[in-house]
Design a protein around this ligand. Sequence first.
Ligand code: PHE
Length: 371
Amino acid sequence: MISELRNKIIDLSNEITSAISEATNINDVEDIRINSLGKKGTITLYLKNLREYDEASKKEIGALINDTKNKINQLIIDKKSFFKTKILNEKLITEKIDVTLTPHENEIGTLHPLSRTIEEICAIFSDMDFSIVDGPDIETDYYNFTALNIPLEHPARQEHDTFYLQPDINGNRKVLRTHTSPVQIRTMEKIDLENFDEIRYIIPGRTYRSDHDATHSPMFHQCEGLVLGKSINMGHLKGCLIDFCRTYFNVDDLPVRFRPSYFPFTEPSAEVDIGCKKEKDGSLSIGSGEDWLEILGSGMVHPRVLEGVGIDPSKYQGFAFGMGLERLTMLKYGIPDLRPFYDSDLRWLKHYGFMPVDNPSLHSGLNGVWS
Ligand code: PHE
């Protein structure tokens, strides 16, 4: 009985060994590994059945199975690394890049319209004395929600809106930040209150929500703004954002409307709309007309948010705003669909892209479209 079993194992080992040596590619080797050493693999099954035998046989057969397993495992590792080296060597021969080749004039790349928007926004706010900062894409629940006065039952916290990472051993889950607002908290925490007069920051960056259609993408970009000081009021918020909208859209008398709204981290809160006209062909003209288009959210930083980072709301006030950069880009350049933004389709990039050296600045003009 035992000798029969021993022979069976030896036969199996020989069979697998020759299958490995005959394998012609890395996928075959992986299949052999799964079929022999995987959860339901032939060798694994022998190990599982060991409990049926008496102590002495268990010892002998167990040792044989383990030796076989180790031998097969090593053969598989060696064969895989043989194929990996082979694939790499083939690539090195076939995928040579000639770095001496001069670039063809027509093949100069273009700046993505979204990068252009980020540069434009940075130029506009830099001119208003704002500095540019950033923060992590992977956030803690505290920075993304709690510190921003977002209650536990808020829909943004739910699974279907937010991408959560696997919980750590303490059960804490990190999130892909759903907005750039957590960086408000991170910047306010760093303030040295002893030597503090005023701060002005913008925070452009990637954000994530579980949405996907012609105007929403699971990864998108926002730009946050934060101004904090001893006498900042709603008038500053309005002046700053009206100036921004008019400069960005390059329309001096652009109508800008502040509509009361609600965000847990600002009080009062306002959504900002700009004037526009919906043309008969479905396109939009920014500036004149009877329609309004929402472009950003804003408000005075909530006293509870200030208290949470140790700032006395009776001494300091501030305003914050957040805007979606894809939306601003689509509006300014008349791009109807969001999805091609991330397709890297050269025809689209050529059509909507910009000359890379033509950097936006207020004196050279923000709107030098390259065609
Ligand atoms: N974080 C908000 C959003 O993503 C925008 C916002 C930022 C509103 C700052 C007010 C102040 O919708």
